[in-house]
Write a protein that binds this ligand. Sequence first.
Ligand code: URA
Length: 228
Amino acid sequence: MVSLSTKLPPAPSKRPDKEPLDKIALGMKEATSLAIFNRWMAKAAPMVKGGIRAVPGEGPIGAAIALVGEQPGDQEDIVGKPFVGPAGHLLDKALAEAGIDRKRVYVTNAVKHFKFEPRGKRRIHSKPTAGEVTHYRWWLEKELDLVKPTLVVAMGATAALALAGHPVAVERNRGPMEFRDHAGYLTIHPSFLLRMPPKDRAAAFAKFVADLRQIRKRAVAADAPEAA
Ligand code: URA
């Protein structure tokens, strides 16, 4: 018979086939390279039920510019890369017009898993809550510590919330900004352009390109001040 003072063994894990989450978090926190960080992150479960995978950032370490979006969408979740769907195509077009080579930019998201509402066979994007953004916040900070970009760009309100640590009104604060340890810039999210009435799109796209030109100038000036 087991006496009341006998220590019972711990209950078996509910996820016996997975590594415990705290081990994963520790692995991510202590990662000394982006590759190690991404390997651990790939094992992390979504905060809310949803996407297939954690979508890592993409681009070179030490990139002059890091672009931060909201969360991976349907296509990004399938492919496992950021900004490869409709918003990504628009971003590519805007970057090209601003004279920025996407391959030289680091592109990532504030939230690493796709959250959606199923509608028939479609998965409809669902905006992350402030709590979800907070949950992923240190992931983004750690990632940026490893990438060490010169300039960090928040595209939209979710990225701004993650980088600033408090809500920021995008249109009112659009332009250069400091994000904690990072020189930054706040602009719109490209999907904002997809949602607006077609008649307003060209002017808003041109303004987004103008922001990207400013971002390029600032990143070049900070990287090589004598050349600016
Ligand atoms: N929207 C985002 O914020 N990120 C992506 O990767 C795709 C769409």
